[in-house]
Design a protein around this ligand. Structure first.
Ligand SMILES: Cc1cc2nc3c(=O)[nH]c(=O)nc-3n(C[C@H](O)[C@H](O)[C@H](O)COP(=O)(O)OP(=O)(O)OC[C@H]3O[C@@H](n4cnc5c(N)ncnc54)[C@H](O)[C@@H]3O)c2cc1C
Length: 204
C-alpha cells in the first residue's frame, strides 16, 4: 500500500494529525491524496491518564476512552483515512520516492511520514538514530528523548509531532503539535498557500 502521507502512532498527536488531514476532504488540493495512520496504541501515555485540566474535556475523562473514541471519530467522519491496526513500526528507511515504513507485518511507501510515537527512550525505530537527542523540556532523570527538528520538520517530508517533537507532556500541547503538522502538510499540498480547515455552523 502506498501513501502520500503516513502517520506513525495512534496517540494524542498522531490522531490529531490524522483528523485535521482528514478534514481537508473535498478540497481540490487533497484530491487523490492517500492518507494513512498506523494506530498502534499499546504504549500511549493516554492509557493511564485521567484528565481534569483540558479545555473541552469533562473532568474525569479517561485517556483510554480518548484512544478508543479518537479512532472511532476518525473512522466515522473521515473514512478515507486508512487506519492500519495492530502493527508496530520497526524501521523508516529513505527511498528515492519517499520513505519505506516497515512494520512487524508489512511495508508501506509514503512520500511524507509523520512520526508521533511519544518521547520515551524505548523508541527503537531504525532510521531515526541520528536524530535522537535528550529531550530539551523534560526532567533529565526521566531519560526522555526528542528527534531534533525545526518547527516539526526533521528533514524534507519527514515530520515529528507530539512529545517526541520536544513539547512538554500535556495533552493539549501534543494534540496542537499533531494539528500543526497536519496544516503544514496541507499548506505544502496547497502549493504553499497557508491552509487551515474550519467547519462552521450554517446560518439559517
Ligand atoms: C499517567 C499520566 C497522566 C497524565 N495526565 C495528564 C493530565 O492530567 N493532563 C495533561 O494535559 N496531560 C496528561 N498526561 C500527558 C498526556 O497523556 C501526553 O502528553 C500525551 O499522551 C502525549 O501525546 P503523544 O502523541 O506525544 O504520545 P502518546 O499519546 O504516548 O502516543 C504515542 C503513540 O505512538 C505509539 N507507538 C509507540 N511506538 C510505536 C511504534 N514503534 N510503531 C507505531 N506506533 C508506536 C504508541 O502506542 C502511542 O499510541 C498524562 C500522562 C500520563 C502518563
Amino acid at each position: 500500500m502506498n501513501f502520500d502521507a503516513l502517520i506513525i502512532g495512534g496517540g494524542a498527536a498522531g490522531l490529531s494529525c490524522a483528523l485535521v488531514l482528514g478534514s481537508a476532504k473535498g478540497k481540490a488540493f487533497t484530491k487523490d491524496k492517500r492518507i494513512g495512520i498506523i494506530t498502534h496504541q499499546k504504549t500511549s501515555h493516554l492509557q493511564n491518564a485521567l484528565f481534569n485540566n483540558v479545555l473541552g474535556l469533562q473532568s474525569g475523562t479517561l485517556g483510554s476512552d480518548i484512544l478508543i473514541d479518537g479512532k472511532q471519530q476518525l473512522k466515522a467522519i473521515y473514512p478515507h483515512v486508512t487506519q492500519i491496526e495492530t502493527e508496530k513500526v520497526g524501521a523508516v528507511l529513505k527511498n528515492p520516492e519517499g520513505f519505506i515504513v516497515k512494520t512487524n507485518k508489512a511495508s508501506y511507501l509514503s512520500k511524507i511520514v509523520v512520526v508521533a510515537v511519544g518521547y520515551t527512550n524505548l523508541m527503537t525505530i531504525k532510521g531515526f538514530e541520528i536524530y535522537i537527542e535528550p529531550h530539551p523540556r523534560a526532567a533529565i532523570e526521566k531519560n526522555r528523548i526528542w528527534l531534533k527538528n525545526t518547527n516539526h520538520l526533521i528533514e524534507e517530508n519527514l515530520y515529528v509531532a507530539g512529545t517526541l517533537a520536544g513539547w512538554r507532556s500535556q495533552f493539549a500541547m501534543a494534540c496542537g503539535s499533531g494539528s500543526h503538522v497536519a496544516t503544514d502538510i496541507l499548506t505544502l499540498w496547497n502549493n504553499g498557500k497557508q491552509t487551515k480547515i474550519h467547519d462552521k455552523v450554517e446560518s439559517i
